[in-house]
Ligand binder design. Structure first.
Ligand code: Q9C
Ligand code: ZN
Length: 342
């Protein structure tokens, strides 16, 4: 299958991430995508190409234009204040406070974010825009008839919602790709999110819609980030009622538990009558992932890939999380080979 890779991802290179109360080197680092690329190349998965440039139209079809403008300009506004270090927010709306957009740089960082673990740097916007273009290029190939494509997106996207960033995500690559497929010939699209964390952004973007089904298998929000969304009783609203399926699993989930959730996901996708699948592929479900607590093994990713291929639908695979640097590439390749039946 075709692989889309954006060399400009390296421009998202934060100096620090707030982890467990300490400022540490970010786990969401450039080496992640480079190690996946190397493994994909060595495995001969397919032609690797750079993304085409799309304008902002397909991005603002799922994101607030003012938010996109904020992302594109915030670094310049931050540095105009004489700050040369990573831009991070400090506080958020608490219960009873009002979500009115502040005028200042610091106020707007707070307004448009939901965590302090997602640094903005000099190259963030360029990397983020390139990541969205990587998703759009893969979506275009699938819309043009490809059986599958792999968009090696970095930074990831599934935590970003219509108008906020967090969880290392700024633009929601899977949502942008899913919307692109809707706008280019596919009536019903499913986004299947197998990242360890709940894809809160994707869920929120499509929560009131019946044309894009969101299905997510993830760590129970009672135990894991993003903590305040991702429960099983979130099933959609308005005409989107019944078009959101959350399958939260407790810490320690291994294949015996995970595979049952996958079967439930496949059944839902078949019932829905999906015409195309977007996979939010996180390999942070791996047993040795440094920030996660599931117990999947490398061979399990081949099983997930094969299971998704058995849906027999045009499939666009999009990279999300996965932080065990020495294993991400191997696990992604296992998934892709499993999908291809090799
Ligand atoms: N102690 C994705 O996988 N913070 N995002 C973790 C670890 C947030 C993960 C802190 C994790 C976000 C795309
Ligand atoms: Zn994740």
């Amino acid at each position: 299958m075709d692989v889309i890779y954006n060399p400009d991802h390296v421009l998202q290179n934060g100096k620090v991430e707030l982890i467990n109360g300490k400022l540490e080197p970010p786990v969401e680092c450039p080496q992640r995508a480079d190690s996946v690329l190397e493994a994909v190349r060595n495995a001969g998965i397919g032609q690797v190409s750079e993304p085409e440039k799309f304008g902002l139209d397909p991005i603002v079809s799922v994101h607030d234009p003012d938010y996109v403008d904020f992302l594109a300009t915030i670094w310049d506004r931050w540095t105009e204040k004489g700050r040369s270090w990573d831009a991070l927010p400090l506080n958020w709306v608490g219960r009873g406070m009002r979500h009115i957009k502040p005028e200042t740089v610091d106020g707007q960082l707070s307004y448009y974010s939901f965590d302090a673990g997602t640094p903005i740097t000099a190259g963030t916007w360029k990397a983020v825009k390139g990541s969205a273009d990587t998703a759009l290029t893969g979506a275009k190939r699938v819309a043009n008839g490809a059986r599958s494509a792999f968009s090696l997106c970095r930074p990831p996207g599934h935590h970003a919602s219509r108008d906020y960033y967090g969880g290392y995500c700024f633009l929601n690559n899977a949502a942008i790709a899913g919307q692109y497929l809707r706008d280019n010939g596919f009536g019903r699209v499913v986004i299947l999110d197998v990242d360890y964390h709940h894809g809160n952004g994707t869920q929120s973007i499509f929560y009131d819609r019946d044309d894009v089904l969101f299905v997510s298998i993830h760590a129970d929000p009672l135990q894991e980030f993003p903590f305040f969304i991702g429960h099983a009783d979130e099933t959609g609203e308005g005409k989107g009622k019944g078009y959101n399926l959350n399958l939260p699993l407790r810490r320690g989930a291994d294949w015996s538990v995970y595979s049952k959730a996958l079967e439930a996901a496949y059944a839902k996708i078949r019932d829905f009558g999906a015409e195309a699948v977007v996979v939010s592929l996180g390999v942070d479900t791996y047993e040795a992932d440094p920030i996660s607590h599931f117990k999947l093994k490398t061979d399990d990713y081949a099983r997930i890939g094969a299971g998704i291929a058995a849906l027999d639908l045009p499939t666009h695979i999009i990279m999300e999380g996965g932080y065990a640097l020495d294993a991400i590439g191997r696990n992604v390749v296992a998934f892709l080979n499993g999908f291809e039946g090799r």
